[in-house]
Design a protein around this ligand. Sequence first.
Ligand SMILES: [Zn+2]
Length: 394
Amino acid sequence: MKYFFGLILFTFITSLIGFQIQTDYRKIHFHSIVVDAHNDVVGRMMSGEDISVKTSHGHSDLPRFLDGGVDVQIFSIFVSPRQPAKEYYSIANRQIDAIESFIKRSDGKAAFGNSADEIKKLVIAGKFVAMLGIEGGHIIQNDITKLDHFYKRGVRYMTLTWNNSTSWSTSANDETQQSGKSKKKGLSKLGIKIVKHMNEIGMIVDVSHVGEKTFWDVINVTTKPIIASHSSIYTICPNKRNLKNEQIRAIAKNGGMVCVNFAPFFIDSGFAAKEKLMLEKNKERVDEFRAQQKNDVKLKEKTLSQFLHKEYAEILPSVKQLVDHIDHVAKLVGIDYVGLGSDYDGISVAPAGMEDVTCYPKITEELVRRGYSESDIKKILGENFLRVLKHNEG
Ligand SMILES: [Zn+2]
């Protein structure tokens, strides 16, 4: 009997704790300024999709951002280097036009935020704040004055390289390749000028995608805090796109931050092999799906991960594994140097439970469960980014 009452008491207390976490995390999440540093949905906008209304596929749209408690989204301006080089600049400008027209269509729900102070005011006024970041320095076509143009249009960071190098900086992809391209050139004289100019005008230098040589050159040159807008942790998942501990220490010393990328490939070192095996096992179905997709308009919108939903569910990393990356930075260098850079709509598949932008509260839930204080969680969710932005303005 004693045992029975003990069990009831235990169940009551644990469910009470569960309930407490449940209410606490939602309160904390929706009372924080949630900033995500990297989202690629602009690609969908350029295909004519209207994300001011709910969409049936992809990861992001305005109603879903609001559901997920996202207050500030930095939209990535990305032009594939396979496009003709002379068109990089004009395509980038058309992408900014598309974001401007999205804001116009939002019925006053969304607005551009250009400074940390303005962003805070807009969030308090209940707006969804859009910001811009350029992904890939090739967009400025070796012309420093184009940085000024983009700054005026609202661009507040530039990722120096994408997977391709520029004539003035080498990418992680090229620096780690075994071919002739692998020379670790880092920043050239022009590259140093570009970084200094970005510091001057208040455009944050973003080191996601850059090679290690470029990274260390940036650290030596920059006078303002830098970011990695969408990179995760190399110690947990050794991928050339992730950051090693000495890089994370250097970013912290510089006053910058790491915005953790949600891509399963960057979160879980075993994911690529697991996916390969799973796709081999389901080869017939995958081939059939791809053949059908070519002819069926509706199926075109469906991703392979949606089609093989059950199979993916078994191999995807969890929210806990994602939060391990945040935890790692916080434990290594402190709470002030970590944030979020999902890469939603740029990644083909997201961790289990993190299917789209409505899922951000789950990160907060996990942080609460791990004992992070409310003020620490607010830093991770957005305050760290606003601090870095503010330091770049001054
Ligand atoms: Zn990227």
